[in-house]
Design a protein around this ligand. Structure first.
Ligand code: NDP
Length: 322
């Protein structure tokens, strides 16, 4: 089968498109014919070596397609089922062997492309706003990179929950995307000082929570945007890894809370996975959550997708079609 794989870590030139043996469904797995694969920043970390993988490895952490075979005859999943998944690697390929514990059925009426676009970033937005720091009416969140795949969805979920959203974005076009997603205020953080602006917009009080996926470039200043006892949710490294921090800093800046969460730990049980996926799919159907699949590439062009994502050239979601 055709797949995008790496034999060593590095820049986009380590991505190979070529033939590899198709996976078989092992115990507790389904073999899925992949129709669409989501492109996520985590794929660039796997490629660069920031997140370690046994090599060689087929990339891709999210997909949608049709079940071809299931090793477990008692499973609720059967050949022909339309399914989607996140956090199982190997979706940049024509076929993937996916653990059944990661699969969900795609509701009727939802295309593969949109199902693939909704899983990883949708469930991430869900756990961040519902579990890591459950947002409520009257609270204010600062959401970085709000025009991005994950950022747009966090903004929309924060608004579903009734919170006030201050968003950041890297350009005026991206600011418009964040505004369309529902952000109450947008700071263009490449031009404006986001600490000063956040203080101004909260009359000096600070925000209840910062959802920071940018990492190195924004981490320290994000702490200065929080109210006393606010929560810093550092959930990504788009600009680089956050350096070590002294716990005393959290005390000095207002007895802050700091967490560095991962989706894997928030969909660890079938109940949590189903809850998050069900809510995401329902809100898409009800049009409370609007996906923007802005960039569609053929599988063979995965390297261009990585270049665009890392080059800050994209808004919304990137998808590879097989
Ligand atoms: P995005 O679509 O958000 O793209 C990344 C965005 O980050 C860019 O568009 C850019 O927006 C911003 N950015 C700021 N500085 C840089 C930089 N130096 N280089 C590149 N981008 C930069 O990607 P994803 O939605 O796929 O992922 C966003 C982040 O969320 C990643 O850090 C990812 O690891 C994290 N994530 C974490 C999860 C978890 O469970 N912990 C799960 C899912 C995602 P702008 O130009 O507006 O600044």
């Amino acid at each position: 089968m055709k797949a995008v794989y790496i034999e060593r870590t590095g820049g986009v030139d380590v991505l190979h498109y070529g033939d590899v043996p198709a996976p078989e469904s092992g115990a507790g797995q389904a073999k899925v014919k992949v129709a669409a694969s989501g492109v996520n920043f985590i794929d660039t970390y796997h490629r660069s070596g920031l997140y370690k993988l046994p090599l060689p490895a087929v990339l891709g952490s999210e997909g949608a397609g049709t079940v071809e075979a299931v090793s477990d005859g008692d499973s609720e999943f059967k050949p022909g089922d339309r399914v989607a998944w996140a956090m199982s690697r190997g979706s940049y390929a024509e076929y993937a062997a996916v653990p059944l514990k990661f699969l969900v059925k795609i509701p009727d009426g939802l295309e593969f492309r949109d199902a693939a676009a909704a899983m990883l970033q949708g469930m991430t937005a869900h756990y961040l706003t519902h579990s890591t720091f459950p947002l409520d009416k009257g609270q204010t969140a600062l959401i970085h990179a709000a025009a991005g795949g994950t950022g747009r969805l966090i903004v929309q979920m924060a608004k579903i929950l009734g919170a006030r959203v201050i968003a950041t974005a890297g350009s005026s076009d991206k600011a418009e995307v964040a505004r369309e997603a529902g952000a109450d205020k947008v700071i263009i953080y490449t031009e404006q000082d986001f600490v000063e602006e956040t203080k101004r917009l909260t009359h000096g009080a600070g925000v209840d929570v910062v959802y920071d996926s940018v990492g190195q470039a924004t981490f320290a200043k994000s702490l200065d945007c929080l109210r006393p006892r606010g929560m810093m949710v550092s959930f990504g490294n788009a600009s680089g890894v956050v350096p070590p921090i002294e716990p005393l800093t959290l005390s000095q800046k207002g007895s802050l809370f700091l967490t560095r969460p991962s989706l894997a730990h928030y969909i660890a049980t079938r109940e949590e996975l189903d809850w998050r996926a069900r809510d995401v799919f329902r809100w898409i159907r009800e049009k409370k959550l609007v996906l923007r699949v802005e960039h569609t590439y053929m599988l063979a062009d995965a390297a261009q997708a990585h270049r665009d994502l890392e080059g800050r050239k994209t808004t919304g979601k990137l998808i590879l079609l097989t």
